[in-house]
Design a protein. Sequence first.
Length: 260
Amino acid sequence: MNDLVRQRLIVELLRDRPFASVRELQERLGVSAATVRRDIDKIDELGSARKVYGGVSALDVASKAGTAFARPYDENRDLAVEAKRQIAELAATMVQDGEAVIVNGGSTCFHLGVKLADRNIRLFTNSMPLAGYLGDHGRCSLTVAGGDLHREPRVIYSPHHPPQFYASKYFVGAQGIAAEGLLESHPLMVRSIIELSQNADQIIVLADSRKFSIHARNVSLPLSRVGTVITDEALSDAAARMLENAGVNVRIARATGQDA
């Protein structure tokens, strides 16, 4: 299979989905990771798709102005998966045995919950996917939010059932991050995040570097409320300065699970 054929297959694959990882393309095309990355570089150069952390994304992920927009849970779940796993691995090292932690809904937080499944901790979540996983596979003490299931964004919430769980750490994601703070497109998520943030000593944000270019219309928390952001190596200098100027501790997840 020559270069042009491989590159055409990659572009065709992105017609049906927003993202393909380097690892997945290796398996589909039967070539090395280096070859896949060269193909992605060429596709990006031609403007047929966009090179992103960990793989390649369809052009409709971004607007003409270069600002990406928030996607539904099911679509976002398959984007930047390797980065999310690395972020979750680093976040898990911040949890001590015996701690009580809150893990919010969202795809990166789901990966953290998987990492904590067998730990000797108390874990509260409003995530239906994570609650289902921990119910089947976990051994940690699990408390699930009360209320109604909202299938988008896959969380359990009710204004009549305020959370009565208090934790040392609250792990939360974001659809976008800007100078104003953590951004969400769903008002329900904003209300839930505000309520849960009041029940924890530390707020730790798990967000891959794409989130710093994503626009969402509602601010859930200002950066002044955030203690730490864990992200990946593709974080831009401008985004790093924004966080540091706001007094936020930045930790970078590496492929080895270590940070800098």
